[in-house]
Write a new protein. Structure first.
Length: 467
């Protein structure tokens, strides 16, 4: 069939980022026999060969039918590497016996299902930032396959990656085989997230929906922190905000703001609510005016329905959306992220507890640095002041400070102390940018739990940070 579609007028920043005009019309004809490329899940699995490297779409772009049947080839192949990021689809391929038979997992972002398998030695973390995820092909063996959930052809005739394009297009361009799981239940999102129909090798048709991520209900601490963060946000600011209890609390306290904009790596249910209420209208953005810009979406089924054919949304590549230079093109950019632990010098570990990986770097450093390049921009890091842990010896619950003299051994530094700006706990907010280590120790101790403040100051003196 002949496909005619509209395409943005270019593929690099100057040609499409910041364009306020409607999509440029380009007539491209592709003779694509959709039917001849359509195969069953079983046939797709039969394409897997020993030692293949298979990259899955990110998060809600994971191909559900493919993954749910992947375990059926565990006895037929060996040494298969599955690369993923924010894995959401459950499957028997993740059963320990199947991992040991055939599969190993390499991931950019750990999830609970993968954390439970960390002791097998078959799951390994890839340290990386979102803006660089698609470029890993330059430093690693080429993926044999890219398998991703995708939309049915939309108004422009194009098949698009279902919920984002962090690395999917880049990996597809280098992969030897590209398989899309096309479903009418995936949102069709406009932007720089399509794939040349002629480059699609195979299509699996399914009725699967993108994996849902429940919206977290903020607790009391979340609400206190969310209120403090909201006080740092002004009318007309452009936000990057993630998912979870604290970000959701922030969104709830933004309903007295006006004309907020969004340039974020992740489209969330909280952002959707702000758009529906009119709080977010993107009217004061310097570039991409009127558009909520993101690299991927993940959330509730309601969010996916909202994303479908929504002209107020624009999906871009992760390497573009999370490029600090691009982020900074909007004035008053505010990045809001959370962390696991922060030391008295300002180093933030947001991906592990010591050596135990719990998540990943994601785009924290990308967005924090980009926001600070922005005119009047701010970066905000939030965390609870304490965490409760079970003592393995006494079996008693202990309360530990998350503001610490030094990070735990093996902790990864997700945001360097050079790049930290505002830090918020339920005890207040302090700005570290431009401060000395002596000043930082005092400031961070002031927003620690009161029970730990004296000990933190004593440790700062022992470490030579202050007199």
């Amino acid at each position: 069939m002949v496909v005619r579609f509209h395409h943005l007028g270019g593929a690099v920043f100057g040609e499409w980022f910041g364009q306020q005009a409607p999509y440029a019309t380009v007539d491209w004809a592709f003779v694509t026999d959709y039917a001849s490329k359509t195969i069953s899940v079983d046939r797709a699995l039969a394409l897997i060969k020993d030692h293949d490297v298979i990259t899955m779409g990110l998060g809600a772009n994971e191909p559900s039918s493919f993954l749910k049947a992947l375990h059926t080839v565990a006895n037929d192949v060996e040494d298969i590497t599955i690369q993923n990021c924010l894995s959401l689809v459950p499957g028997e391929y993740l059963a320990e016996e199947n991992l040991r038979k055939a599969f190993r997992i390499e991931t950019w972002f750990m999830t609970p299902a993968l954390r439970r398998l960390s002791s097998t030695g078959r799951v390994s973390y890839i340290p990386n930032s979102i803006r660089l995820a698609g470029l890993r092909r330059n430093h690693h063996r080429t993926s044999t396959m890219l398998v991703s959930l995708a939309s049915t052809p939309g108004p422009d005739g194009l098949i698009r990656f279902a919920c984002g394009n962090v690395y999917e297009e880049r990996i597809a361009s280098a992969a030897k085989c590209r398989i899309l799981e096309v479903t009418p239940n995936a949102p069709w999102c406009g932007g720089n997230n399509f794939i040349d129909p002629d480059s699609i090798d195979y299509i699996i048709e399914s009725d699967e929906a993108p994996a849902a991520v429940p919206s977290a209900t903020p607790n009391d601490k979340d609400m206190v922190i969310g209120h403090t963060i909201a006080d740092l946000i002004n009318d007309g600011d452009c936000l990057q905000i993630g998912i979870g209890g604290i970000p959701n609390a922030v969104c709830q306290y933004l309903h007295d703001k006006r004309d907020l904009g969004i340039h974020t790596e992740m489209m969330t249910t909280g952002i959707m609510d702000l758009m529906k209420s009119g709080i977010v209208n993107n009217s004061r953005k310097q570039v991409d005016t009127g558009l909520t810009v993101f690299a991927f979406g993940a959330g509730t089924p309601e969010l996916y329905a909202f994303m479908n054919n929504n002209n107020d949304l624009f999906t871009g590549r992760g390497e573009d959306i999370n490029n600090p230079v691009v982020i900074a093109r909007n004035d008053n950019q505010v990045s809001i992220n959370t962390t696991v632990e922060i030391d008295l010098t300002g180093q933030c570990c947001s991906e592990s507890v010591g050596t135990s990986l719990i998540s990943g770097s994601g785009g924290q450093s990308d967005t924090a640095v980009g926001a600070q390049y922005s005119k009047n921009g701010r970066s905000i890091i939030a965390l609870y002041s304490t965490v409760e842990k079970l003592n393995p010896v006494t079996r008693e619950t202990e309360v530990m400070s998350k503001i610490v003299p030094m990070l735990r051994p093996g902790a990864g530094v997700t945001l360097s102390r050079n790049d930290v700006d505002w830090v918020v706990t339920e005890y207040g907010a302090v700005q570290l940018r431009g401060t000395s280590i002596r000043e930082r120790a005092r400031l961070l101790a002031s927003i620690a739990h009161p029970a730990f403040r004296d000990d933190l100051l004593a440790s700062a003196r022992e470490l030579g940070y202050m007199e």
